[in-house]
Design a protein around this ligand. Structure first.
Ligand SMILES: Cc1cc2nc3c(=O)[nH]c(=O)nc-3n(C[C@H](O)[C@H](O)[C@H](O)COP(=O)(O)O)c2cc1C
Length: 337
């Protein structure tokens, strides 16, 4: 059942048509007509989870557990290796009760990326400390993501209905796992209040994964035709809003910006608004399934070129300078703030 569901998520993601808005368009960055820089000197390298990565991008959690998922993870991890960017595997809950084929679909990611790269484990908020240890061991994880997916579960016929005790569970994992724990949404956003509660129990990494990209309300509605959930397709905190509000918390809370991140402008704006790095899932998956490895590499080649291009146009030579860039908020984002 779980294996089938993971396959349907990929297939149904590609069928979704609702266009959400992450509100990054409401962030205005100023042009610098006189940057005293050479494009070849623009430095996009940064430190993430104790390792040097080449761009502030992560291929975010998607899949694992089946032959089909193994193939996707194999190609995603080769891309992550090629660009020296981190990758998170999809939920490993499936491997806790499954066979060796299932394990292989996750292991392949570390094998391809090697010890010098960043690989991140992924489990649900119901995971035990033992589960977290297994999930980390299989891929020799640099960190573990714990996903919060209440909206998705409620949209699923077979999904969870009881969300009590998850915060206590996360606290146990944070206290007993010696690597960073990243708490993430799956496309509905993290509010400042939720980030504060996570911070209070010791979480120092959140991935806001806001509204504006992959829409699990629609993905699950395509699986579960018993109920029309269209009115809830717009549910969730737009990514830019979620990021700005969470950034009001102390600087030692590291934020990953995701949810509808597709372009170099989305990545740059994420960093300017205070994220460590930006996560991309759906857009990369669409390129991979429709165009294969080469086409996805072309997308990432263009994306990374445009990141450098925008940095030069802003007169910022490295990621540290980019973090201190000024910006203005306009439109709906301004109203919501
Ligand atoms: C097909 C698919 C499967 C996903 N599976 C997982 C998962 O297993 N665990 C998880 O934390 N997030 C999962 N996500 C959510 C993504 O990690 C991300 O938070 C979300 O898609 C928003 O980013 P995007 O708009 O760039 O896709 C999945 C996303 C997609 C498209």
């Amino acid at each position: 059942m779980r294996k089938n569901r993971k396959k349907e998520h990929v297939e149904n993601y590609l069928k979704t048509t609702f266009k959400g808005d992450n509100l990054f368009d409401d962030v205005y960055l100023e042009h610098n007509a006189l940057p005293d820089l050479n494009l070849s000197d623009i430095d996009t390298k940064l430190q993430f989870l104790g390792k040097t990565i080449d761009y502030p991008i992560i291929i975010n959690a998607m899949t694992g557990g089946t032959d089909f998922a193994r193939e996707i993870n194999r190609e995603l991890s080769l891309l992550a290796k090629n660009f020296n960017i981190p990758m998170a595997v999809g939920s490993e809950t499936i491997l806790l009760c499954e066979d060796d084929v299932c394990k292989e679909s996750f292991k392949v990611v570390r094998e391809n990326i090697g010890d010098e790269g960043v690989v991140i484990a992924n489990l649900s908020g119901h995971a035990t400390i033992e589960d977290a240890k297994i999930a980390m061991d299989v891929i020799n994880g640099d960190a573990i993501q714990i996903h919060l997916n209440v909206a998705q579960e409620l949209a699923m016929d077979e999904g969870d209905r009881d969300f009590k005790g998850i915060i206590n569970n996360i606290e146990d994992i944070v206290k007993n796992i010696d690597k960073p724990v990243i708490v993430k949404e799956v496309g509905f956003g993290i509010s400042k209040d939720v980030a504060q509660r996570l911070y209070n129990i010791g979480v120092r990494y959140v991935d806001i994964s806001g509204h504006g990209g992959t829409n699990f309300m629609e993905i699950e509605n395509l699986r579960n035709r018993n109920m029309d959930l269209t009115e809830l397709y717009s549910w969730g905190i737009p990514s830019a809003l979620s990021l700005i509000k969470c950034r009001e918390l102390p600087q030692d809370l590291k934020i990953i910006s995701s949810g509808g991140v597709r372009t170099a402008s989305d990545v740059i704006k994420s960093i300017v608004l205070g994220a460590e790095i930006a996560g991309i899932s759906g857009e990369i998956l669409a390129y991979l399934v429709h165009g294969g490895y080469d086409n996805t590499k072309e997308y990432l080649d263009a994306l990374t070129y445009k990141i450098k291009m925008i940095m030069l146009l802003m007169g910022k030579k490295d990621i540290e300078e980019l973090r201190s860039a000024e910006y203005k908020i306009t439109g709906q984002l301004k109203e919501l703030l």
